[in-house]
Design a protein around this ligand. Sequence first.
Ligand code: GNR
Ligand code: NI
Length: 172
Amino acid sequence: MAVKPIIKLPDEKILRQKSVPLKTVDEEARKLFDDMLSTMYDAPGIGLAAIQIGVPRRQVVIDLAREGEDPKPLFLANPEIIWSSEARSDYEEGCLSIPEFFEMVERPSEVKVRYLDRKGEPHEIHANGVMATCLQHEIDHLNGVLFIDYISKLKRDRVLKKFLKADKLGKL
Ligand code: GNR
Ligand code: NI
């Protein structure tokens, strides 16, 4: 279990990559899940996609348990949204790859997601609330999509510029 560096803006060369499906959930995939979980808990965050530690594979970890509660890690390989509600909800999103920036994003309120667990067993979850938001945010990462893609171009350009400047000054 190793804490890995998190890839951040302005590194879109990595963050915009489309991640590749797993053929099988093998020992190597489980090792990656463990590193992702350590990295997410260390950050701390409620979700992490493999691309955020530079690995373009379709793997996600999520844990919505709060500080002081027992951890409830969820390991998802090849997650797919198989249904989303017509109803939408607003939620203030953040991203470990875009630190200290938060904006309201509107997404489907409920989703059904099919995935393989860390043993390779198939599951479906029907999620609402924070879990629905988090699943959609993480699956977006697997497709090179970031939550700033849903905000106004003015705000997005402002954020990108801020991270470009911070990077040039060696502050990331
Ligand atoms: O830790 C995280 N919090 C969060 C809050 C609102 C909406 C989405 C998220 S996911 C984020 C961790 C992250 O960047 N995952 O990709
Ligand atoms: Ni994110």
